[in-house]
Design a binder for this molecule. Structure first.
Ligand code: F6P
Length: 365
């Protein structure tokens, strides 16, 4: 009997359950004897004094591929290499609990670990691999910002959600002759914004990779109202920033979460437009976590299932330290070390940027 431990870490993403189901189904249909377990809230479950781990068999995963979220829960506050602990005086410090984690993995009889997560989680996977853990990574993020894979599951669903919302905002923008700003996720990569802008037909798309110039945005708005009436739909990624400016957000303040909480860039832009006596009324909609919730689209269920099955295959082959990837319409794998080396920004000569510009979408540059 071989035992596999599965974790989901970082922000949730439509398709996580389909990966879990893929791993379990592949393991159960294998002739060798495999048992799959889930650690609740990433590595936090296995690290508990009384480990919070649950057996994952065919019954446990039956039908879960159509559900959003993750049945084994997730957290962005559980890096075992930089784990927050409270001192007696109430202050918090971070400690390295990786040795303890490895002892727990061994003591509970696990032969291998599958870590499903984004950039941060895969950096943890790589560190654990270097310390001797038999680990496989599965890339996850709605932002599609992981390199080495052509796509991450969850991204397509997030784009569909954003695009559906954008369509609704277009009709109300048009009725009221307003400027509508829709803020979408995308910390450092503007993939969701770019895809939504093309799909919905935005006039303006603002992304982290291309700092915008307010004067240009005002010029475009004015030109749309030349005959007195018009409307403008803007899609803006949460990580977008003006030229010579900074991102809009603040330190999370949550123990163990080292991210800056982005959000509010849409309202900040609206305030600037109002200050400049914008020709029309401006309204902002922030989509936020709606983009991460709910049922994964068929495409994401399929990609996630294929990635789960591949993760199991890699374990069976003993090919550890690898991250599952989609490349040129094939499910393959790459070294985790290589996958986390570069970040998947919107490349300035990407064909979709050119497509968008040719469609008349401005990036405010
Ligand atoms: O990484 C995915 C992401 O959706 C980012 O775009 C966003 O900034 C972040 O997660 C928010 O995560 P949370 O609110 O869970 O901390």
């Amino acid at each position: 009997m071989k035992k596999i431990l599965v974790c989901t870490g970082g922000g949730d993403c439509p398709g996580l359950n389909a990966v879990i189901r893929g791993i379990v189904k592949a393991a159960q249909s294998d002739n060798d004897d495999y048992e799959v377990w889930g650690s609740i809230e990433a590595f936090n479950g296995i690290l508990k004094d009384e480990p919070e781990i649950i057996p994952l068999d065919n019954n446990a995963v039956s039908g879960i591929h159509v559900k959003g979220g993750t049945i084994i829960k997730t957290t962005n506050r559980g890096n075992p290499l930089n784990f927050p602990v409270q001192e007696e005086d109430g202050t918090w410090t971070n400690i390295d609990r990786s040795e303890e984690l490895m002892t727990k993995i061994k003591a509970n009889g696990f032969d291998a670990v599958i870590n499903i997560g984004g950039d941060g989680s895969q950096k943890i996977s790589q560190s654990l691999f270097e310390k001797g853990v038999n680990i496989i990574g599965v890339p996850k993020t709605i932002d599609n910002d992981l390199s080495a894979t052509d796509l991450t599951f969850g991204f397509t669903t997030a784009v569909q959600i954003a695009s559906d919302c954008f369509d609704k905002l277009v009709t109300t923008a048009s009725s009221h002759s307003r400027v509508m700003i829709m803020e979408v996720m995308g910390r450092d990569a503007g993939w969701i914004a770019l895809h939504t802008a093309i799909s919905g037909g935005a006039e303006i798309c603002l992304i982290p990779e291309i700092p915008y110039d307010l004067a240009n945005i005002i010029e475009i708005i004015n030109s749309r109202y030349d005959d007195g009436r018009g409307f403008v739909n803007i899609v803006i990624a949460e990580g977008a920033k003006p030229k010579h400016g900074t991102v809009t957000g603040k330190a999370s303040g949550e123990i163990g979460d080292q991210h800056i909480k982005l959000g509010g860039v849409g309202n900040a832009l609206r305030a600037k437009l109002d200050e400049c006596n914008c020709v029309a009324q401006v309204r902002t909609t922030i989509l936020g976590h709606i983009q991460r919730g709910g049922t994964p689209m068929a495409f994401d269920r399929i990609l996630a299932s294929a990635m789960g099955v591949k993760a199991f295959d890699l374990i069976k082959e003993g090919n550890f330290g690898q991250m599952v990837a989609l490349q040129n319409n094939e499910i393959t794998s790459v070294k985790i070390a290589d996958a986390v080396k570069t970040y998947n920004h919107v490349n300035l000569d990407h064909y979709l940027l050119k497509t968008a510009r040719s469609l008349g979408i401005s990036f405010g540059d």
